[in-house]
Ligand binder design. Structure first.
Ligand code: ATP
Ligand code: MG
Length: 234
């Protein structure tokens, strides 16, 4: 019993301040969902919950914590994005811009034909999006042995190529930020995705390539970083 209480406390710690509660209530009154259901994840900057909709569907609600997040690091990342350069270094402004950036990225990247959660709305530090999964959230690639790793690998590289051709980079791509939904990859966690227009963002692209090559190399030792680079024509 004590353990459950402690776990529960950990889940909710630092998320539900008055401001966030007010915004959640607003989203509920706008009809985006009826209430939060279960916690899915506690990440470095955000907590993700599932939520039920009126028609018995589900959505995912990502709440960027206002207090316990590394906003200095967020600022360092976002200030290089030409779309968000005007942002001043104020905690809330940076966090709201971060959530907005994930929402904008989801719209843009989805339009390119890359499978990502469909964005629904963003309000300050809260992002509402399509729930990837049936009743349970789809597993991360790192936690699910792909039935057909070759097929998933090809799709992942196709998506990386589309991003690259459109001057975009995920910037945090790895088996942790790809869900395996019915043996199809879904890219998630797009708050860091940015425009590929300088040396730093090229380094992010190289890191993404390295991570993907390393992960799929477990299934086929023929997969090399160079092959992905060749495919991306870089
Ligand atoms: N749309 C979604 N549908 C289902 N599950 C999701 C969705 N978005 C996120 N998740 C789950 O929540 C986890 C955390 O999401 P995400 O990576 O976007 O947040 P994060 O706070 O940046 O996490 P981290 O700090 O661990 O990278 C994911 O690994 C996934 O399990
Ligand atoms: Mg993540």
């Amino acid at each position: 019993m004590a353990k459950i209480t402690k776990e529960k406390f950990k889940t909710y710690e630092g998320v539900f301040d008055r401001f966030t509660n007010k915004n959640l209530f607003k989203l509920i009154s706008q009809g985006h969902f009826e209430g939060l259901c279960s916690p899915i994840s506690i990440g470095k900057e955000a907590n993700v919950f599932s939520a039920k909709t009126k028609d018995n569907g589900m959505v995912a609600v990502k709440i960027y914590r206002l207090e316990t997040c590394d906003f200095n690091k967020m600022y360092e990342y976002i200030k290089h994005d030409s779309r968000f350069m005007h942002i001043t270094k104020q905690r809330r402004k940076v966090i709201f811009a971060w959530a907005k950036r994930e929402f904008t990225n989801l719209i843009k990247i989805r339009q390119l034909g890359i499978r990502v959660p469909k964005p629904i709305t963003v309000l300050n530090n809260i992002l509402v999006m399509e729930f990837i999964g049936k009743v349970e959230p789809a597993p991360k690639l790192k936690d699910s042995i792909p039935k057909n790793p070759d097929k998933i690998f090809k799709k992942v590289v196709e998506y990386m190529k589309k991003l690259n051709n459109n001057n975009l980079v995920h910037s945090d791509l790895s088996e942790f930020n790809i869900l395996n939904f019915n043996n199809e990859p879904v890219f998630i966690d797009l708050s860091q995705a940015t425009i590929l227009d300088n040396q730093q963002t090229k380094e992010f692209r190289d890191r993404d390539i390295k991570n993907i090559a390393r992960f799929f190399n477990k299934y086929s030792d023929k997969i090399k970083e160079e092959d992905i680079k060749k495919e991306l024509k870089i």
